[in-house]
Design a protein around this ligand. Structure first.
Ligand SMILES: CC(C)(COP(=O)(O)OP(=O)(O)OC[C@H]1O[C@@H](n2cnc3c(N)ncnc32)[C@H](O)[C@@H]1OP(=O)(O)O)[C@@H](O)C(=O)NCCC(=O)NCCS
Length: 176
């Protein structure tokens, strides 16, 4: 069955639904590995989700965190976006840029492959940004893996590259 884009709905979700994000997060984990295959080894899916789940649980316990899921049919989740709010002093922004006292972070944005390129990611990002704007949070940060096509999507929404992390990983054979 091919569902038209009009049948994709966005809705808010709470921490009670965190486990529904597992397959969607793992797509992002796999996507990161495809983008940087030479940085292997990567943690396995269980390790990845355990770490990501505890981050989401922590973020979703904060009152201003926003989780939006894109669903089709009988509430099947095909994408999600998660954003949260930080005091600027908790971030790498405070010592460099003049901004508002509160900074929003787009923590995650993902759409399953079959549904990409149809505007759902843009709708999710737009929804996250407007929810944050509603509470006065308009200065935003996010992190992406280099080479990710989503960079052009974020640029369309006004994001610019301002800080780049570099890594030098050594103990690659140590069991985690
Ligand atoms: C990035 C992502 C969330 C965008 O969702 P989407 O529904 O495909 O986005 P839209 O249809 O609204 O916008 C399409 C734009 O997204 C970007 N994009 C990134 N990956 C894409 C993909 N595989 N297919 C299509 N567009 C993609 C492009 O900028 C594209 O614009 P273009 O067609 O002019 O190049 C989604 O493609 C995805 O989950 N990708 C893999 C995970 C990822 O990169 N997440 C963000 C990193 S934090």
């Amino acid at each position: 069955v091919t569902l038209s884009d009009g049948e994709v709905h966005l809705r808010n979700a709470s921490g009670a639904e965190v486990d529904r994000l597992q397959p969607l997060w793992l797509l992002l984990h796999h996507h990161h590995q495809e983008l940087l295959p030479h940085e292997a080894p990567y943690v396995d899916d269980d390790t990845s989700w355990a770490a990501r789940r505890s981050l989401y649980v922590e973020l979703l316990a904060k009152p201003e965190t926003v989780l939006i899921v894109a669903v089709v049919g009988d509430d099947v989740a095909i994408g999600y976006g998660l954003a949260h709010v930080m005091e600027v002093g908790e971030t790498w922004v405070a010592d460099t840029w003049k901004t508002a006292l509160r900074i929003g972070e787009i923590e995650s944005l993902g759409v399953v492959p079959e549904w990409r390129g149809r505007g759902i990611g843009s709708r999710l990002l737009n929804a996250l940004m407007s929810r944050l704007a509603d509470i006065g949070v308009e200065d935003l940060v996010l992190g992406v893996v280099p080479g990710n096509r989503s960079i052009t999507l974020y640029e369309r929404f006004g994001f610019r590259t301002t800080w780049t992390y570099m890594s030098r990983f050594t103990h690659r054979s140590v069991e985690s």
